[in-house]
Ligand binder design. Sequence first.
Ligand code: ZN
Ligand code: MN
Length: 157
Amino acid sequence: MASNAVMEETLQVLKDHKLRVTPQRHIILAYLVSHHNHPTVETIRDGLGKELPNIGSSTIYNTLNTFVDHHLVVELQNGDGSTHYDYFGSPHYHAICTNCGRIVDVTYPGFSDTEKSLEKKTAEISGYMISGNHMEVYGLCPECQIKLGIKPNDNEK
Ligand code: ZN
Ligand code: MN
């Protein structure tokens, strides 16, 4: 169950985006805001078993698509064949493990400036009117480096 603060915040987010507030939307958004696990539809359904016991995968999927359309949530592919979802309230990007599919959030001071410069350059070069970006960086996570017997030195060429 999401905290009262999260419930209030998500209610406001729905209103700000002119989205009709339904219990499904409110509870699913609150789940995404309070979990940083980049869940699939199935993970969300399992996680909301107590709050929304009768909710079907297709309702969750449709709700998520509405959030994606409003740029509240991003879709992520990590190579495991399913789509993962992430509330995108604050700027960050993802490091995705090409071996196990693990997705972690990454940000650092100045990342917003990097994004802005990327968008500005893209507009200049392509002539596109930019609406947003989403960066993903691929590699092997620390656990997989150990599992695969790769020494940290192997990275230093
Ligand atoms: Zn991994
Ligand atoms: Mn994320």
